[in-house]
Design a protein around this ligand. Structure first.
Ligand code: FES
Length: 286
């Protein structure tokens, strides 16, 4: 029995849809490879998923009988005519099997090309950070602290209650290095963490300027209370107590910088921050 024209047409359309999805997925690979282009990626993703979807639906409709069939009860056994009709139906069906194999092949190629295209967005995660999150330019040791215009800082440059933002000399553009120098009042008692007793100079203390919540610059200093505020989500850090968070969403103290002085009396960093600066990340170990 010959296949209805509708079935053939649906099979052809399904094959075209899978072919289109394959071509679009390969084009998507090329677009990703060349650095990506959001509009093209969106369009091609639409064609890939649309092509696969339309093809599968058409194919599913083919595989599902759409008509009501009533089979009359009859005696077991076949007449000569029935046997030869079955043989001819079977022969006609062989062609359909061949076409189904083609459809399976096309669907598999579209799926494989789409899978390959989906591997490329992994590149969007960027380069491996390595030790970059855990070390700043202060790690070189005995680095002079300078203002944005490269000027070294003396203790007396800072008035009582004064706050100034500094960087390691030669690295004023480093995003992970902005540091707050704060000169506390003589009547304010600093409570250093264990091992940090000599990290301050004449009441001057240094902390990373990057909020440990999501990295906004902390900059509002309430001198009377010795509190630093982050303007983004109001995290508040106690400057006198190792910049411990006392309010808001930040859960980690601002990392502290060990301060020293060189022969000229300029402030220097004796080493790197007490911990990684900014917000937490997956393998931060302290
Ligand atoms: S970034 Fe500072 S509180 Fe959110």
């Amino acid at each position: 029995m010959a296949e209805p024209d509708g079935d053939r047409r649906a099979e052809t359309l399904a094959a075209v849809s899978f072919g289109l999805a394959t071509v679009a997925a390969l084009a998507l690979v090329v677009v990703f490879w060349r650095g990506g282009q959001p509009q093209a990626e969106g369009l091609l993703l639409g064609v890939v998923t649309g092509g696969l979807g339309v093809g599968i639906v058409l194919w599913a409709r083919l595989a599902t009988p759409q008509d009501d069939v009533t089979e009359e009860r009859h005696l077991a056994g076949s007449t000569e005519e029935q046997v030869s009709a079955l043989a001819s139906d079977f022969g006609a069906g062989g062609a359909a099997f061949g076409r189904r194999r083609l459809l399976v092949g096309l669907l598999a190629s579209a799926g494989a090309a789409f899978g390959a295209a989906l591997v490329f967005p992994i590149r969007s995660l960027g380069p491996r950070p390595g030790k970059g999150f855990k070390r700043t330019a202060y790690g070189d040791g005995r680095v002079r602290l300078v203002t944005a215009d490269g000027r070294p800082v003396l203790v007396d440059d800072l008035p009582l209650d004064g706050v100034v933002t500094v960087w390691p000399e030669g690295h004023t553009g480093d995003g992970d290095a902005p540091t707050l120098l704060i000169r506390t009042r003589p009547d304010q008692t600093l409570r250093p963490r264990p091992g940090r007793r000599d990290w301050t100079i004449e009441g001057v203390v240094a902390y990373s300027k990057l909020c440990t919540h999501v990295g906004c610059p902390v900059g509002l200093y309430q001198a009377a209370a010795g509190l630093l505020l982050c303007p983004c989500h109001q995290s508040t850090f106690d400057v006198l107590d190792g910049a411990r968070p006392v309010f808001g969403p930040a859960a980690r103290s601002l990392p502290q910088l060990p301060l020293g002085r060189n022969a000229q009396g300029e402030l220097i960093a004796l080493g790197d921050f007490s911990g990684p600066v900014g917000p937490g990340f997956w393998d931060r170990d302290r």
